[in-house]
Structures are given as structure tokens and as C-alpha cells.
Ligand binder design. Structure first.
Ligand code: ARG
Ligand code: ZN
Length: 450
């Protein structure tokens, strides 16, 4: 249907036909790729715990944004055994974290195309000074994926940037004494010889850092909150806490629905695995807690991300406070809801009382820099920013702002500028000074300065 592009020399500059190796995010210049938009990933993966090897075939359906002679996927995984584009073998080379693909027939602008990448071997995780271990992570029984911010390419050939969300299907085969979980809703499993195959479907567009599988010996329980299916799974080591984690999740979910508006997905839950990562990830739709039984605060935080981060996603990593500040402020709001003794105002004061030298005041949450993007200031000073907004506009307007943000941008993206604009629109107040001081100014904001 699309007009075929004849790539005679000189007809198009090279820049028009090679997909850029990154989307231009200054925090992660190599993340994502130019020239196309991913629509869907079909992940078929077999895991052999004994050798820790995966044998996988990932099919990406995408649309070309301009004519493409070559394009990239982000991939740091094991050996690629074959690549096809629209069913025809494609040449491919690897260069650091990039898989560079040259289809036999160049792609036309607007064309929908299908890339199939097969690979086999042992994926490795990323070890980082402040971010810890992330990406594909081996566990005692199996493996688990926590990939924020740029760890998806450790196990998937993917357009690894949150600006390009896509739907996913997972077909995961494991030895039959194990179970495989992934995002979204379960489809019927099947058994063949010594292997069991688990299928999961994520029908709502998802950022690549949230895509996850969790292979292990799960103790599981199910429940319902309205029409949301809640699936909680814990490593046998945490068996005694299964019910507690499940109840906390159900309760926080009910609260989230009334506070932030309709839950954006169809399933929810929690996964508690054994490796001591000491952090959690809000994997859509079931957060993963790395090696600990989550407190109420933790559960509320990760569930709040389903609205703020997962449904409404950052377009560039610099805006990460839209995820972490919001999820942290949800903790403060939930405590206020649960206990008469606690209020968000009290929590705010306890932080504001800290001296100007305190770490939370050193990094502006609206521009934390790559190294500090998950630092305490993004979480706490980000939450403090929402609290001063609430003080300025009043409780009712503040809640309307949160609900409108979640509703208007459901399934899409949002930037800090857009949140500021929405806050001004809903409140009818000029708020640029407030956000300027709290998000971008170094040092402790002085009373009266916003
Ligand atoms: N979004 C996660 C949390 O709040 C943090 C993930 C940080 N990533 C990492 N590799 N440590 O709750
Ligand atoms: Zn968070």
C-alpha cells in the first residue's frame, strides 16, 4: 500500500534512511531508537534453570516514521541466532547495546513491519553503584526482571525508552516444577512432558522498563477488587506473609481507586521474590518486591505508580519526579487516611525542618541528573512539591488535579510542563513560581519564596 521507496544514491540523505541509535534523551543517549514506533512485542521464551540459559524469539511489530534502510533495537542479551524483517532474513550487527538491522528491502515511511529476533544464552544483569542490580536477575529457583531505567535490553531486543510504549504477549516455558509470571492477565497454561508453558497478555501499552517475567516456585493467592483480578505470589521463603501482602495490596488498591480515579489496568497484585535487592519496582500491573515483605508504605507507593508512571508515563527521564514524587506523596496521603495521628502536613514539616545542608535540599527534583534520578530528593522533595501545591490550591482542587492528570493522560505520557499547566488550569492560579522554586532551585526553599 505504502509507496515503495527507491533508494537510488542521492535520492535521500543517509540521515533519512538510518534510524538513529537513541531517541535523544540526555540522561540515556543510547536508549530507544529513532525512525519507528513499536506497537507490540510477542515474547516467546524458554528458560532452563540448570544452565541459566534462555532460548527466545521476540517479534516486534512497529511502524516506520520515515524511510529506513537500517534501524536499531536496544539489546545487551546473549547471542543472536537470526533476524528477519517481514519474513525475510535481515543482516544484523551488534555494537555495544545496539542491534543494528538492515532489512533486505528498505522500509517505507508509515509502513507497519515485523521484526523477529531469535537468541540464546545466559542474560546478565547490570550492576550499578547507586541503582544496584537490575535487568535480568538470576534467583535461587529461576529468574526475575526489574529493568528500570534501562535494563530491558538485558533480556529483550526492544526500543528501550519510556517514550515508546507498546502492548505485550508473553509465552514462557519452564521446567514443570516452576511457574512463570509476567505482566497483565494470565491465559491458560499448558503442559508438555517436563515443561510447563505460561501465557500472559498485557493489552495496555506499557513502557519497556516495566516489562517483566518472574520464574520461580510461587506460593500464590487470588482475589478481586471490583472487576480487577488481584494475583499475589511470593517465594516459598515468604510463605507466611502471603496473606498479609495480598491484603495490603487489596486495601491499597481500593483506596487508590477512590483517590486517583479508575484503576488503569485489569489485573493487579504483588510478587515477592527472594534475592535481596532492597528495592521494589512497579512492574505493570503487579509490582515486584526484591527480597523483603513490603510495608504498607511500600505497597501504596508501588500501586500509586500504576496511575503515576505506568499509565501516565514520562517522555524523558528528567521528569522522573512525576513518578517518584507522586508515589511518595501517595504514601503520605494513605497514612493520613489510615490514622488520625498522621497527616501529610506533619510529614512535610518533619522534612522541612531539616537543615538547609540536608541532602534532600541539594538536588532539585525536576532536574536531578542521571546519577540522582532515584535519589532521596526526587522522592521526598518531589512529594513536598505536591504538598505545597495542595496547600496553595486546597484539598478539593488538589484531588481534582491528581484525578484529571490520571484521566486525561491515561495510557499515554506527561511532562512536568504539562502538569504545571494542568495545575494552573484546574486551580485558576499562577503557579510557575511555586514549581520553579520547589522543582528547580538548589537549596532549601525559603518560606514565603513560593
Ligand atoms: N521505581 C522504583 C521505585 O520506586 C525504583 C527503581 C530504581 N531502579 C533501580 N535499579 N534501583 O519504587
Ligand atoms: Zn517509586
Amino acid at each position: 500500500m505504502a509507496a515503495s521507496v527507491t533508494l537510488t544514491a542521492g535520492a535521500l540523505a543517509l540521515a533519512d534512511v538510518a534510524g538513529a541509535p537513541g531517541v535523544g534523551d540526555p540522561y540515556f543517549p543510547a536508549s530507544g531508537n529513532g525512525g519507528y514506533n513499536a506497537l507490540h512485542y510477542d515474547v516467546v521464551l524458554k528458560y532452563t534453570p540448570k544452565t541459566q540459559t534462555v532460548a527466545a524469539t521476540v517479534t516486534m511489530t512497529a511502524r516506520a516514521g520515515h524511510p529506513l534502510r537500517t534501524f536499531n533495537l536496544d539489546f545487551r542479551g546473549p547471542r543472536v541466532t537470526s533476524v528477519t524483517v517481514d519474513g525475510i532474513r535481515a543482516a544484523h550487527t551488534r555494537d555495544a547495546g545496539e542491534l543494528v538491522i538492515t532489512p533486505a528491502v528498505p522500509l517505507a515511511r508509515g509502513e507497519e513491519f515485523t521484526t523477529v529476533v531469535s537468541y540464546t544464552g545466559t542474560p546478565t544483569s547490570i550492576q550499578h553503584g547507586t541503582l544496584g542490580t537490575y535487568g535480568w536477575i538470576k534467583t535461587r529457583e529461576g529468574a526475575i526482571v526489574l529493568a528500570e531505567p534501562d535494563g530491558a535490553s538485558t533480556w529483550l531486543p526492544v526500543n528501550d525508552h519510556p517514550s515508546d510504549k507498546a502492548t505485550y504477549d508473553f509465552t514462557i516455558t519452564v521446567p514443570k516444577h516452576l511457574k512463570a509470571l509476567a505482566n497483565g492477565e494470565p491465559l491458560a497454561p499448558s503442559l508438555e512432558g517436563n515443561w510447563a508453558t505460561f501465557r500472559w497478555r498485557q493489552p495496555v501499552a506499557m513502557a519497556s522498563y516495566l516489562a517483566s517475567v518472574a520464574i520461580g516456585k510461587w506460593e500464590m493467592t487470588h482475589g478481586k477488587v471490583g472487576d480487577i483480578t488481584v494475583i499475589t505470589a511470593v517465594d516459598p521463603k515468604f510463605k507466611k506473609s502471603l496473606t498479609q501482602v495480598h491484603r495490603r495490596t487489596m486495601r491499597a488498591l481500593r483506596w487508590g481507586r477512590t483517590t486517583f480515579g479508575p484503576y488503569p489496568f485489569r489485573t493487579s497484585g504483588a510478587i515477592v521474590d527472594d534475592p535481596r535487592l532492597d528495592y521494589a519496582l512497579e512492574t505493570q500491573d503487579r509490582p515486584i518486591y526484591g527480597g523483603f515483605v513490603p510495608s504498607e508504605d511500600f505497597v501504596v507507593h508501588e500501586l500509586a505508580h500504576q496511575w503515576f508512571g505506568n499509565s501516565v508515563t514520562v517522555r524523558r527521564w528528567k521528569d522522573i519526579w512525576l513518578n517518584e514524587g507522586f508515589a511518595t506523596y501517595a504514601e503520605w496521603m494513605y497514612r493520613e487516611h489510615r490514622s488520625k495521628k498522621d497527616s501529610a502536613a506533619k510529614t512535610f514539616r518533619s522534612y522541612y525542618r531539616q537543615p538547609a545542608k540536608a541532602p534532600i535540599f541539594q538536588t532539585p527534583p525536576g532536574a536531578p541528573g542521571r546519577e540522582q534520578m532515584f535519589g532521596f530528593p526526587v522522592y521526598v522533595r518531589g512529594a513536598m512539591t505536591l504538598h505545597v501545591l495542595r496547600q496553595r490550591v486546597g484539598d478539593a482542587k488538589f484531588r481534582t488535579i491528581l484525578k484529571t492528570w490520571a484521566a486525561e493522560r491515561q495510557g499515554g505520557h506527561g511532562t512536568t510542563e504539562q502538569f504545571v499547566a494542568l495545575s494552573e488550569r484546574v486551580s485558576g492560579k499562577k503557579l510557575d513560581k511555586l514549581f520553579q522554586v520547589w522543582l528547580y532551585k538548589k537549596g532549601k526553599p525559603k518560606r514565603g519564596s513560593w
